[in-house]
Design a protein. Structure first.
Length: 259
């Protein structure tokens, strides 16, 4: 064991692996309106881009003032994630809402009628091999797709002081996603953070992104109805596969009729 540890450490420094982007996985930022979750996510992405100039950003936010070497691409459908190059950071603001959009979920694929397409789920599970990182914000843990909750690496719970719009001091507590999910199901369970941070939200960090572009995108998307979402959650609670919504059922009938 000691031999292999020494060998791995030697190889790490010899190959300068610390200079290469080695991150992966799904990381969620959780908080209410004005809690600083979007700013925390963008701030972390900025530091990554500052350290690794070759990293690509794919996002549904309008980013600005990032390092000049950073390549920033728009996120409009899941195909943008599937076709992402190696060493990519995907930023998804309001990820729970986005994955309830038929426009995003369908895109150029044939998977599903909203929700999390199977091909994207499989792609996220293999993201370590491509150094693909996905950061997403959500207001409530329960708003996130069940499958996404199960493969999330960690959860950053954000809070701000004082009250909005004067909030400047942001507190971030990072929890293991599996432990946080157990706590969510049973709040009496003890929950210990992996780490914590308090930082000041300066004008520089606020000016790294523009949420108005995100709002305009949300207003033009087509979403799954509340009835379909509630019906899917009931099937999910029973451990059954979620049924198709009315639009999906109509498409299936048309396909069968045309055979």
């Amino acid at each position: 064991m000691i031999f292999w540890l020494v060998k791995d450490v030697y190889r790490y420094f010899k190959n300068h692996e610390g200079k290469h982007f080695q991150q992966w996985g799904l990381h969620i930022y959780l908080g209410k309106f004005g809690a600083g979750k979007t700013c925390s996510m963008v701030r972390d992405a900025y530091y990554i881009c500052k350290r690794y100039p070759d990293v690509t950003i794919i996002t549904n936010l309008q980013l600005q003032n990032f390092p000049k070497d950073t390549k920033i691409l728009p996120l409009t459908c899941i195909q943008d994630i599937l076709n992402a190059p190696d060493d990519t950071v995907v930023l998804i603001d309001e990820i729970g809402t986005i994955f309830n959009s038929r426009d995003f979920a369908n895109g150029k694929t044939k998977d599903g009628e909203g929700g999390l397409p199977k091909i994207l789920f499989q792609h996220i599970c293999q993201c370590r091999h491509r150094h693909l990182v996905i950061y997403g914000t959500v207001q409530r843990w329960g708003f996130l797709e069940k499958q996404l909750r199960e493969i999330t690496n960690d959860v950053t719970v954000c809070s701000a002081f004082p009250f909005h719009p004067f909030s400047r001091m942001i507190t971030n507590w990072v929890y293991d996603a599996e432990e946080y999910n157990l706590f969510y199901q049973s709040p009496i369970r003890p929950l210990a953070p992996l780490k914590g941070e308090v930082w000041i939200q300066s004008d520089f960090f606020r000016e790294l992104y523009d949420t108005r572009e995100m709002v305009n995108t949300l207003l033009t998307m087509e979403y799954i109805s509340d009835e379909d979402i509630e019906r899917n959650r009931q099937f999910e609670a029973l451990g059954l596969p979620a049924p198709m919504d009315k639009k999906g059922e109509k498409k299936l009938r048309n396909n069968l009729r045309n055979r």
